[in-house]
Ligand binder design. Structure first.
Ligand code: HEC
Length: 95
């Protein structure tokens, strides 16, 4: 008789680590998107406004770039690193 295997709880959906994401952001993104994500929103997108319920759009825009102005990062950053930056973006720069 098969033994019921207890499934582990589903892993949390967001696995990124905001502190790591902050460091990556400073290195790769801040010169366009602003120190601590503060920018007038006129040159590059104001990431503090990015909808927190739209991770899919974040992943797509960061991986593939957008409108020829936002560079694509898919070859430079790993999926884990992009997850870390997402965790950071969700802090709104307040951490
Ligand atoms: C060379 C300047 C530059 C750099 C570096 C840059 N971005 Fe951007 N980013 C832009 C511009 C410009 C836009 C606005 C694109 C548009 O909507 O036309 C943008 C838009 C975005 C958006 C919004 C896309 C959407 O769906 O509307 C996200 C998210 C984003 N950037 C994340 C990042 C992250 C994360 C990094 C660092 C890994 C980064 N950007 C680095 C210039 C930059």
């Amino acid at each position: 008789m098969p033994v019921a295997v207890e499934r582990p709880a589903d892993p949390p959906q967001d696995t990124g680590i905001a502190a790591k994401g902050a460091a990556l952001y400073m290195r790769h993104c801040s010169h366009c998107h602003g120190f601590n994500m503060v920018n007038p929103g006129t040159i590059a997108y104001d990431l503090r406004q990015f909808p927190h319920d739209n991770k899919a759009r974040f992943l797509k825009s960061v991986t593939q770039g957008k409108n020829g102005r936002m560079p694509q990062w898919g070859d430079l950053l790993s999926r884990d690193e992009i997850e870390d930056i997402w965790a950071y973006v969700k802090t709104g720069g307040k951490q």
